[in-house]
Write a protein that binds this ligand. Structure first.
Ligand SMILES: Cc1ncc(COP(=O)(O)O)c(C=O)c1O
Length: 352
């Protein structure tokens, strides 16, 4: 992290910045391990079985990152030269460095929604399952729940159901990027399994709101996951005594799932205080989970996003710059209510 004169730094750049807790480190230290490339790591197996069960899928595969889990999940549904449809600021489209195209020849067409939500009319008009010999055919739709750059927005279950009803009959699959599915679930009371029911492949992350240092999973049918295991190895993602990391994930599932509601309350607090300081910058009602996106243009804030972020950094508060006029704040395990209150004060001053 960049140096700062503050020891009470409040880091709201992402929920990936957390350090493993003492309890998690102890669980990692005692993990039973084996060689996972030989499928002999009992802790990896236990994590994969547990997550597959939670998601109601036949199997799951532990991966180093959410990007790799998405890559393998989309690959399972889309052949080279075909396309996946997604929202324009989806992580797979904006933040995976073109991996789906560069590695697997998958192209993307997008619809835009201010909060990253499913737009059924747009999907209807983009959908081209059998586009013939001159156009790209659609093989899957990917949705993100919660939607990161959409401000941690939760996809309505009914939209997911309807999406599945539109695409399944024409042989188009659904991938669910559930990096923060735990947050969606905590916010709505809808279980991860109920969300996953409307997707063929699902990725989830343990290293975001749940506070594990590393790790994601992709889930699907046994055949899809068997193939994903081969592709993970082919891409250099096979790992050996990875049970040390899987133990952190199991610990996170046992201890850190319910507590994400605290992060949601902190995000709401930030949104409310900043909406007071700069009306129009965010609608607090949209702070559904642990991410708050600030729209400096809508609030008529003078300085641009990097200037505001720079001023906040000087005062010991770190935030992400999403664009010239947009900032993102993410709450997590390592920031408490007092930290959020301080961050709100610092940001309110930095915005003026
Ligand atoms: C929605 C979403 N999907 C996938 C990822 C990728 O996770 P990773 O950074 O582990 O590759 C992220 C990372 O922030 C994310 O926000």
């Amino acid at each position: 992290m960049a140096s700062s004169p503050h020891d009470d730094l409040v880091d709201l750049r992402s929920d990936t910045v957390t350090a493993p807790t003492e309890g998690m480190r102890a669980a990692m230290a005692r993990a039973e391990v084996g060689d996972d490339v030989y499928a002999e790591d009992p802790t990896c197996r236990a994590l994969e079985e547990r997550v597959a069960g939670m998601l109601g899928k036949e199997a799951a595969l532990f991966t180093a990152t959410g990007s790799l889990a998405n890559l393998l999940g989309v690959r399972a549904l889309v052949s080279p030269g075909s396309e996946v449809l997604c929202e324009s600021r989806a992580h797979i489209a904006r933040a995976e460095l073109g991996a789906h195209a560069a590695i697997f020849g998958v192209t993307t067409r997008t619809w835009a929604h201010p909060r990253g939500l499913i737009d059924l009319d747009a999907v209807h008009s983009l959908l081209a399952p059998d586009a013939g010999p001159y156009f790209v055919s659609t093989a899957a739709v990917s949705i993100e729940n919660t939607h990161n750059f959409g401000g941690g927005s939760v996809q309505p279950l009914d939209s997911m159901r309807k999406l599945r009803e539109i695409v399944a009959p024409v042989g188009v699959g659904v991938h669910l990027d559930g990096a923060r599915l735990w947050n969606a679930s905590a916010a709505t009371g809808i279980t991860p399994g109920e969300y996953a029911e409307f997707a063929d492949t699902v990725s989830v992350c343990l290293s975001k709101g749940l506070g594990a240092p590393v790790g994601s999973l992709v889930a699907g049918t046994a055949a899809q996951i068997e193939e994903a295991r081969v592709w993970r190895k082919r891409l250099g993602g096979g790992w050996r005594q990875a049970g040390v990391l899987a133990a952190a994930g199991l610990y996170a599932l046992d201890h850190h799932v319910q507590r994400v509601t605290e992060d949601h309350a902190h995000a709401r607090l930030l949104a409310e205080r900043l909406a007071q300081a700069a009306p129009g910058i965010v609608d607090p009602a949209t702070a559904e989970t642990n991410i708050v996106v600030l729209d400096l243009a809508a609030a008529g804030v003078g300085p641009d996003a990097s200037e505001v972020a720079g001023r906040a950094r000087e005062a010991g508060v770190l935030v992400s710059v999403l664009g010239p006029r947009a900032l993102r704040l993410v709450t997590h395990l390592d920031v408490d209510e007092a930290g959020c209150r301080r961050a709100a004060d610092v940001l309110a001053a930095a915005l003026s």
